[in-house]
Each structure stands twice: as structure tokens, then as C-alpha cells.
Design a protein around this ligand. Structure first.
Ligand SMILES: [Zn+2]
Length: 391
């Protein structure tokens, strides 16, 4: 789908990069273009599927259901989420405020708000199993829905969109709908990745251009979006990612619903400049990483590849030769029994061979190593290509 700028709706754009995920049965799309809007400067993914197709994808895959292990999240993720509560709480003095967390996943943020004394909480997530986890694990009300499908007459004091806006195809209409669900003077909290700092946090090349992240905001572009939807920014802060490589450099924003009119468009050049810098650095690191991988694999006969996500798909045929792969392994039950380029995708418990295991899932590398050694008790040699995180 040829996409108009999701903020200013202009069709004029500058091409920056083609992100290729390599076609297979699991991916939602084969590739997309990263472009910058010529009018407002927003950098976004172009030639992508529709919002409906994304919704179906999220419903089917429900990544967080398995990666977060029944609602059990990592310590560093809890710390990060606690940072959100610390930022938000001073703005919400009424502990009975009706707070809606859209895209609540398995309820980490809601549970921390509950811990902080907030009593009137509700979560919403497209994944029914995440919603069940929120209800059962924390006893917090939750509904399974997407923003566009939600039918409610209720008005909220606070709406939270943490790690949501970067996923939305229909950014304008969703943000307007969220605005309509707030009481007058209601607060909107946003957490979004900060595209101006992508180039300072490269752990694996092009990870920011994922299948799921399709809008790349700067302070300027998010301010412009908020003003178009009649929000006035109360506080904006650059979030520290506290050394956790699975958490993007991000922006925390609290804004208030108001009757102000749109600020005029002034092109934000920072987005395009920072993304170009990010692309250049990623290309360099990518080349080095593929070289390193080829060298490693030249000494091996066949390896078991752990992870069928974006990184694996990107490396297939370019650093990772299919002839070197015995089969793939992924903990996501939704992938089990599927095939990737004609090779089986198995569950971790199905590993019987003693071939080396090459870990290509970057976000969960440490967890996978732990799983292989401690849970599965496998002695296979482990090959990694990403920097080992200091835990
Ligand atoms: Zn634009």
C-alpha cells in the first residue's frame, strides 16, 4: 500500500532505505521502504500492508505471549516500566483516576500503577491471551480490542499509549479516536522510540526498521502530531534505556487535551538527518557482522539456527547460507510446524542433534543461552554474533 504521510497526509516523500525481510510464510510483508515526508519531515515505512492486515498479524502472532513467558517479564523491563510510573505519577494525583492502558500486553505497567495505589485501572490489548493474563495475574479489568475496533462510550481521565504509536498505520485517526475517549482536560501519556537517538544505540543493524515499527518519531514530529489532535504537551523527557539493549532510546510525554489549534507545519529535518546517520552506521556494522558470520560458518558443517525473526530473515542468503542450516528453532508456538525456505521450524524441546546452535534472536540472546543450558540441559556448542550483554 502506497502510504501517505501518517501525520500531515502529504504524498511527497524522499526515499531513504529499503528494508528487506526476505519472503517467507511467517512474515507479514517481504519488504518496505523507509521514507521521509517532504512536507513535515516525519520518517516512516512506506509500501506496507493495511491496518487490518496488521491487526490480523498481531492477533495471530501475539509475540508477547511467548516472549514474556506468561506475564513474567525481565527485571530490566520492570525497571524501565517503573521509570514510566515515576514520570507519570506526579501528573496524576487522584488515585481514583480512571486510567486506560492501550496496548497493555501482559499488564506490567498496570500492575505497577496498582502497586502505587491507583485503583481504577483498565487495560486493552489486541491479544486475548494477554488480556487473560492481566485479569488473572493482577486482578485488573482488561478488554481484547484494537483502537479502531473499540466501541466505548466511557471517558477516561488518563490514557496510556506506551510503545503503541510506532506500530500504527492509521496514526492520525487512532490518535484522534484516543482524544475523543478522554475527558475534557484528560491526560495522554506516550512512550515512543526516539529516532534522533537510534544511531547511538545500535546492537544489531537495522533493528529499528522492524516489521512492527513503522513510524519513526522525533520530538518535533510527535509534537506536531499531538497539536493536530488538539493536545498540549505538559512534559517531555528523554528516557534513559538503563543499559538494556532490548529497550529503545525513547521519549516520555504527558500531554493534555485542549482546544488549541494546530501549530503550523515547519519541516522537521532532524528525523531525516538522524535516520540517514543511523542507516550509514548500520550498513558498516552489517558488513562486519556478515563477514564474521561467514567466517564462523565456514568452519561448521551444519548448524541449528535459533530464531526465525527479522534478523534471521535478513541474514538468509546473505551471510547465512541455507545449505549450512539443519533446521530452525523458535519458542513461539505459532511458528511450530511451519517451514522457512523449505526447512522445518521446531520447538526448543525438539532439539535432538548435537550440531552447534547459532543464536540469531538478538533481543533474547541471553535468555536463549540460559534456556539451552539450564532448562534444556543441552551441551551443544553455542554460536552468537551479537555482543553479549552485561547482565
Ligand atoms: Zn508529513
Amino acid at each position: 500500500m502506497n502510504r501517505l504521510c501518517p501525520i500531515c497526509t502529504s504524498g511527497e516523500k524522499v526515499f531513504l532505505y529499503n528494508q528487506n525481510f526476505h519472503n517467507n510464510v511467517i512474515a507479514l510483508m517481504e519488504k518496505y521502504d523507509v521514507v521521509a515526508c517532504k512536507i513535515c519531515g516525519l520518517v516512516y515505512a512506506d509500501n506496507i500492508p493495511s491496518q487490518t492486515e496488521f491487526n490480523d498479524y498481531y492477533a495471530a502472532i501475539s509475540r508477547y505471549e511467548f516472549t514474556h513467558n506468561d506475564g513474567i517479564v525481565s527485571k530490566s523491563y520492570i525497571n524501565h516500566t517503573r521509570g514510566i510510573v515515576d514520570f507519570l505519577a506526579p501528573h496524576v494525583s487522584n488515585k481514583k483516576a480512571r486510567i486506560l492502558d492501550i496496548g497493555c500486553s501482559t499488564g506490567c505497567l498496570l500492575s505497577l500503577l496498582k502497586e502505587r495505589g491507583y485503583t481504577n485501572l483498565i487495560g486493552m490489548d489486541p491479544s486475548p491471551s494477554c488480556v487473560e493474563t492481566v485479569k488473572q495475574r493482577y486482578g485488573i479489568e482488561a478488554i481484547a480490542s484494537t483502537i479502531s475496533a473499540l466501541e466505548t462510550t466511557e471517558h477516561f481521565d488518563v490514557i496510556i499509549l506506551s510503545a503503541v504509536l510506532e506500530h500504527l498505520v492509521d496514526l492520525n485517526s487512532s490518535t484522534r479516536k484516543v482524544a475523543s475517549m478522554l475527558k475534557p482536560d484528560g491526560l495522554l501519556f506516550l512512550e515512543i522510540p526516539d529516532a534522533e537517538r537510534f544511531f547511538t544505540h545500535i546492537f544489531t543493524p537495522f533493528q529499528q526498521f522492524s516489521i512492527e515499527h513503522i513510524n519513526y518519531f522525533t520530538q518535533h514530529s510527535v509534537a506536531y502530531l499531538l497539536s493536530k489532535c488538539s493536545f498540549k504537551i505538559i512534559e517531555m523527557r528523554k528516557g534513559a534505556n538503563r543499559g538494556n539493549q532490548t529497550i529503545d532510546p525513547n521519549l516520555f510525554i504527558v500531554s493534555k487535551k485542549s482546544k488549541m489549534s494546530d501549530i503550523p507545519i515547519m519541516r522537521d529535518n532532524a528525523g531525516e538527518i538522524s535516520i540517514r546517520k543511523y542507516i550509514a552506521q548500520c550498513s558498516k556494522i552489517d558488513w562486519e557482522m556478515k563477514h564474521h558470520l561467514r567466517e564462523k560458518l565456514s568452519k561448521e558443517d551444519k548448524v541449528i539456527v535459533w530464531g526465525v525473526g527479522t534478523n534471521t530473515q535478513r541474514l538468509l542468503g546473505d551471510g547465512l547460507e541455507l545449505s549450512k542450516v539443519l533446521y530452525f528453532v523458535d519458542s513461539n508456538i505459532n511458528y511450530a510446524g511451519k517451514k522457512l525456505h523449505g526447512l522445518a521450524v521446531k520447538l526448543p524441546g525438539e532439539i535432538r542433534e548435537s550440531n552447534p546452535i547459532l543464536i540469531l534472536t538478538y533481543s533474547y540472546q541471553e535468555e536463549v543461552i540460559h534456556q539451552i543450558r539450564a532448562n534444556l540441559k543441552l551441551g551443544n556448542e553455542i554460536l552468537t554474533i551479537y555482543k553479549r550483554a552485561a547482565l
